[in-house]
Design a protein around this ligand. Sequence first.
Ligand code: SF4
Length: 305
Amino acid sequence: MGVVAMKVYVGVPRGFCAGVVRAIDLVEIALERFGAPVYVKHQIVHNSYVVDSLEAKGAITVEDVDEVPEGANVVFSAHGSPPEDFEKAKTRGLKVIDATCPLVIRVHNEAIKYDAEDRGIILVGHQGHQEVKGTMGQAEMHLVDDGGELDLPEWDADKPVVVLTQTTLSVDDTLRSIESIQDNFSDVIVRNDLCYATTNRQDTVKELTDVSDVVLVIGAQNSSNCNRLREVAEARGVPAYLFNGPDELRAEWLEGAEHVGITSGASTPEELVQAVIAAIEPDEVIPIGQPEGDITFVLPRELRD
Ligand code: SF4
């Protein structure tokens, strides 16, 4: 890009989490085993580069189970699905491969358990996000969207309550929402539903802001965890930009910057990060953060070899 002498600090960990790797593997295994086309309900993960590569191999992404032809194979996305989608699939004779991340299924199971115990369930999450739709289908619950004013349920203050969360929220904002719920109800169980990938990538972006003039987050605009990374950097006073890859990189973001932090969300392929670094042509690339170890999630029994 021909800019001034520049150091790039690259976040560790960054990019794919175990749930995303598993979901992509499941679509690829389904394509190999059953042949194209394999339908995918909702973007398998929120990254159009990933979706396009799978579609080039024969995957077809749809938004609704009704769009899948009767009897076809369909993968349900990593974000999780409400029970009614499984029922619809059954009625249509579809073979469902469920790519819901095990950490999202854990939240579903918590909802079912606490509903059976008659606790009021408050879900902290973002209205309309695919994961929230899946979790809200599991039981009656009240959604508190921490993106704006907290809209708490008008329940008696002594009603037993449990707080569940979307897995990909801001660690700091979620803490504030939980504190506010605890101020309003006397018997509150708080489940720690933010996933390891969300927490670790936000910790890393905080470290990046300590050494960077600007932070570049590589990922999709509709990815919740990518947006939170950008916000975490901005909240610490460092300009931050979220974009898909080298084609969208703008020279003015780097004007005067000698220290550039780069990271990526849980659904962003590493090749896009490397392509952005190559486009910047830094003098030095320095990793910042601590590796999170080799975390993998098992595949469903019927698709394990
Ligand atoms: S971001 Fe977290 S919850 Fe979402 S797929 Fe990855 S590990 Fe699972």
